[in-house]
Design a protein. Structure first.
Length: 364
């Protein structure tokens, strides 16, 4: 078993990575003697795929439990979904001694974390990511949130889990689209970590697409270690943590403009290309490096298709991004691998050109 410690002041927690880790979940939870009751938030597809395993676990659990199923969709990151969870918690008489389990992808973690952070002024929760995207990114760092008024994650909290349990066996049931979505977030790390990681990923991308067990575990561990270090240094995104938003200002707006027909991880791939293009236009990124870096996300262009888009609408959505100030969009751009600029402002004309050019690579 691999273990990464996230040592945030006042809230240290482990990230455990192992195949079949879920089979030891009861023992892990019972070691947390303060929790007698379980509230499980689970993606309906995950429950259908792993029903036998889930039922076996809860049947053996000595305390009270409740399983809250939901459909994992961006439209369900809403007050309506949160209200249903609060209602179930209250009707089933759960209190502060509750331990919440978030089992699913990033959406499950975002919603469950938000409810855990606000119900009874905060209850403990554990992240159990079942997608590659959640394993390498969203389950780490304590960001929770829901969408509101054409703005992603605009309402949320910073609330760290008790632990993150990554059972790599869950990844084996992922459809190809979810694998590509996870790789989208991993590509972000290729520009953040170092040249060696970038080259390793570029030269072995097919292994990741096939979810080669050994290679995938190493990549997951590298991403978690990097993000954990960043979060420890800047938990509430005051400065350094902003680098983790590379490509995301574009990506979130593209998702909304496309009415979520494109999944988050794929939108991140497109957003990274837009960010690379804007970095080049603003002469932050050297043209030769731009051409080298561009090749990595474009290796996945056949997995992504955007038919129609409105660049002006995307730009207007970006102005509502929660990271902006006074309607000024704050971009995260790249000078070179590991050299990232945050809070960069750009001319509207340049941004529009980068949207057109970046999405254009994926237009069918």
């Amino acid at each position: 078993m691999k273990k990464v410690e996230v040592n945030i002041p006042g809230k240290n927690y482990p990230v455990l990575i192992e195949q079949h880790l879920f089979d030891r979940l009861e023992k892990i939870i019972l070691s947390k003697k303060s929790n007698k009751n379980l509230f499980i938030v689970i993606d309906r597809k995950v429950f259908e795929l792993h029903r036998t395993k889930i039922i076996r676990f809860v049947s053996n659990f000595p305390g009270k439990y409740f399983i809250h199923e939901f459909i994992s969709d961006e439209s369900n990151k809403s007050f309506t979904s949160v209200d249903k969870m609060y209602s179930n918690l209250i009707v089933q008489k759960f209190g502060r001694d509750t331990l919440m389990l978030a089992i699913g992808g990033g959406i499950a973690g975002d919603i469950a974390g938000f409810v855990a952070s606000t119900f009874a002024r905060g209850i403990q929760f554990i992240q159990i990511p079942t997608t590659l995207l959640a394993a390498v990114d969203s389950s780490i760092g304590g960001k929770t949130g829901i969408n509101f008024s054409e703005t992603k994650n605009i309402i949320g909290t910073f609330y760290q889990p008790e632990m993150v349990l990554i059972d790599t066996g869950f990844l084996k049931t992922l459809p190809e689209e979810e694998i590509i979505c996870g790789i989208g977030e991993i590509l972000k790390y290729a520009f953040l970590i170092d040249q060696k990681f970038f080259v390793t990923l570029r030269n072995n991308l097919s292994k990741l697409i096939k979810l080669d067990t050994s290679f995938t575990s190493k990549i997951i561990e590298s991403c978690i270690q990097f993000k954990g270090d960043v979060v420890v240094a800047d938990e509430k995104e005051g400065s350094l943590r902003k680098i983790l938003n590379l490509g995301h200002t574009f990506a979130h707006a593209i998702e909304i403009e496309q009415n979520y027909r494109i999944k988050h991880g794929k939108a991140v791939i497109v957003g990274l290309v837009c960010a690379l293009d804007l970095s080049r236009r603003m002469e932050i990124l050297d043209k030769k490096l731009f051409e080298e870096y561009l090749q990595l996300p474009l290796l996945l262009r056949n997995f992504i298709s955007i038919d129609n888009f409105n660049a002006e609408h995307i730009y207007e959505i970006m102005k509502r991004d929660k990271k902006g100030i006074n309607n000024n969009i704050k971009f995260v751009l790249i000078n070179s691998i590991g050299e990232i600029l945050v809070d960069v402002e750009a001319e509207e004309s340049e941004v529009l050109q980068s949207i057109q050019q970046g999405i254009g690579y994926f237009k069918k």
